[in-house]
Design a protein around this ligand. Sequence first.
Ligand SMILES: [Zn+2]
Length: 156
Amino acid sequence: MANGETVEVECLSCALVDGLIEPEGGVVVETAHFHAHQDVAYPIPGLIILASKRHLKSLDELTEAERLDYITILSEIRKAQRDVLGIESVYYFYNEDTTHHFHTWIVPRYEWMYELGRSVESVRPVLLHARNEMNDEANLKSVRQAISALTEELKR
Ligand SMILES: [Zn+2]
């Protein structure tokens, strides 16, 4: 954890949703079935993780109400990224073979990322670059500002 504590949990998504772990920067938005926060492991402004509240693995396990909630909040987060952070393109990732439960990464594309490869190939280099080279105070400040701006924009 950022505060130096180590927390062992069986499912990180459950721990975040249940409030056992407070995401750095707080919860960006919460709906009846979903929970969104910045992925602080990778200091990229506007990099959001949208997790289901229920512990499940796969898209086809979502109930009809959850599906509707999912696409609605995913779209609202995307619009907020565009409107308040000027993010023109994002990549969406969701993998089912995770130790966490159902969550979607919304990864913004910034100019500097294009130097690290094209399209999907660049994602791992981009994340590693962010984690290893972008942990400076100025960048962390812009990450926190992005969290605040999105949180404010998504207030319901
Ligand atoms: Zn879980």
